[in-house]
Design a protein around this ligand. Structure first.
Ligand SMILES: Nc1ncnc2c1ncn2[C@@H]1O[C@H](COP(=O)(O)OP(=O)(O)OP(=O)(O)O)[C@@H](O)[C@H]1O
Length: 124
């Protein structure tokens, strides 16, 4: 089952995003948050550097969630029975999503707090 073209590989990767959105609740929640952040960024007028930082955060969270889902699938395939190593693999994968999500939340807070403050000030 080897793909010999770059386009075929790209198609599979894109299809996986739709599959994750259809089947993975956490991925859907993260996508919804990403859309909300992008809309808020457009409304508040982020600078280029702020968009770069926000894009890295969004990409990092979504990517970590996909890797977490992939690890869960591999663990379920290789070790469907209760096993300490399986638990560690799943828990550490979930932990990595948490780390990048907290980082993204802190970055988002720092980026948006200034804009929100300015926006509220200008409305008074
Ligand atoms: N084979 C196993 N052996 C031991 N513990 C397991 C095993 N499978 C799952 N667990 C424990 O149950 C937790 C939840 O596993 P599960 O596969 O249900 O992930 P999940 O809740 O669907 O994750 P997510 O919400 O990210 O999709 C794991 O983090 C782990 O602590």
């Amino acid at each position: 089952m080897k793909n010999d073209s770059f386009l075929a590989s790209l198609k599979i990767a894109i299809r996986s995003l739709f599959e994750a959105a259809a089947t993975e609740r956490n991925f859907r929640i993260q996508l919804a948050i990403a859309v909300a952040v992008i809309v808020a960024g457009l409304i508040l007028g982020l600078t280029t550097i702020e968009w770069i930082v926000i894009a890295i955060c969004i990409g990092g969270v979504l990517s970590a969630e996909l890797i977490n889902t992939a690890i869960e699938s591999v663990v379920d395939l290789l070790q469907p029975e209760i096993d300490e190593r399986a638990r560690r693999a799943k828990d550490f994968a979930a932990g990595s999503v948490l780390v990048v999500s907290i980082t993204a939340a802190v970055v988002g807070l720092l980026v948006f707090s200034r804009h929100l403050h300015e926006w509220l000030e200008s409305g008074i």
